[in-house]
Each structure stands twice: as C-alpha cells, then as structure tokens.
Write a protein that binds this ligand. Structure first.
Ligand code: CA
Length: 226
C-alpha cells in the first residue's frame, strides 16, 4: 500500500512518515500543495493524508483537483482548523475523514486502516453510461474528463433517470423526484428541465427518450463493437 502524506511541517511529517513506514506502508511525503498536486496526477496512491494549510496550493484545492480528475482513493484530512463549516465543506469536496490536530499517530493509523479496508469508497458510487460519469455520493457529473455543470434540479432529474436507465418513468415520478427542490414545480417545469438536460447530455451521446403518454427513459448506449 502506497500512501501520500501532504504536510508542510517537517518535524510533524518526519514522525508520521516514520510511524507509517514501521506500520508497513510505503510513504511519500509532499511538503507543498503544488508538488502534491503534480505527484497525485502522475502516480498511483492507495490513500492520501492531507494537511489543509500548505504553501503553493491550499489543501482543499489539492482535494478538489484530485476529485475533479476522478481519482477515488480515500483522503483523510488532518487540519488545525476545527470549524464545522470547514469540515462539511471538505466532506462535500470528497474527503473521507477529517481529523483535528494534534492527532495521535495511533488514531491516524486506525483511521487509515479503516479507510483502506473500505477501499475505493467514491469509486463504488460511480455510475457510467457511455461517456457520462455520475458520482452519486458527490453529486457530480462528467462527460469523459470534462465536468458537467448541472443545476440542483437537473442533477436530481438526471440521477433519477440514470439510475433507472432503459426503464420508462412517468413524468409524475420525475416530478416527485424533484419535488423537494421546489414545492411549486409543475409538469411543464419538468419538461423544461428534461430539455435542458438533453442539450447538456448530447455531447456524451446520451439520449433521454420521450414515450408518448408514458413518460421518459434514459437510453443506455450500446457498447461500441470492435
Ligand atoms: Ca500546514
């Protein structure tokens, strides 16, 4: 198992690296956000331990870029910032765990073991339909490598249809799936959302079909032959 420790404090990093090597992990250490970002885009790691306050590039930006590249390895954030908003923001960005400094090394090791056992937590929640990739836990979508911008309602409609690909769902059911976003939503609004989604999905070759009198379905593209 290869881990990347991203930590700019030399004394702290030395202690953690030593302990993790004794525990049997291969450990690389980056002292700078930019260096970490480069290594993460070039090398394979099984888990990342990430400090937030870093020179070069902030830890949260390192995390955002990592998830934007669809790298799904567990990320444990270790931060001096003990703020609920920050914790929620980091978890939303795709962190798997959040520890506040000072962290006992035994505690960090325990969290690492838990995360490695669970494996590629974010990967498990990925849905692929042709070129379209949905991260169901992060509520993010991509076409190939390109992030797809969606409104909250568009996301909900897409998630509903994509998790039922090739099955016809009535307009009423789509409307219910969107209901919590806006109590005033009308069947007409559903049609508008579907039509915007169609335009956005077109580059991915993903098609939402209308079945007259019945509803919609998202067509699962047939795998290319050859
Ligand atoms: Ca720091």
């Amino acid at each position: 198992m290869r881990l990347l420790l991203i930590e700019d404090d030399d004394a702290l990093a030395d202690g953690v690296v030593r302990a993790l090597r004794i525990a049997g992990y291969l450990v690389d250490r980056a002292a700078d956000g930019r260096e970490a970002d480069t290594w993460l885009s070039e090398r394979e790691y099984d888990l990342v331990v990430l400090d937030l306050g870093l020179p070069g590039l902030d830890g949260s930006e390192v995390l955002r870029r990592l998830r934007a590249r669809k790298q799904g390895m567990p990320v444990i954030v270790v931060s001096a910032r003990e703020m609920l908003d920050e914790r929620i923001r980091l978890l939303d960005l795709g962190a798997d765990d959040y520890l506040v400094k000072p962290v006992a090394i035994s505690e960090l090791e325990a969290r690492i073991r838990v995360r490695l056992r669970r494996g590629m937590s974010s990967e498990d929640n990925r849905l692929r339909i042709g070129e379209l990739v949905l991260d169901l836990s992060g509520r993010l979508a991509w076409i190939g490598e390109r992030p797809l911008e969606l409104t909250a309602r568009e996301w909900s409609a897409l998630e509903y249809l994509a998790t039922r690909a090739n099955r016809i769902v009535s307009k009423d059911l789509v409307l219910q799936a969107l209901y919590h976003w806006d109590a005033q939503i009308t069947p007409n609004a559903v049609e508008k959302i579907i039509s915007r989604l169609r335009a956005k999905l077109e580059p991915a070759g993903v098609v939402i079909r209308t079945v007259r009198g019945m509803g919609y379905y998202l067509e699962q593209p047939k795998p290319a032959v050859g």
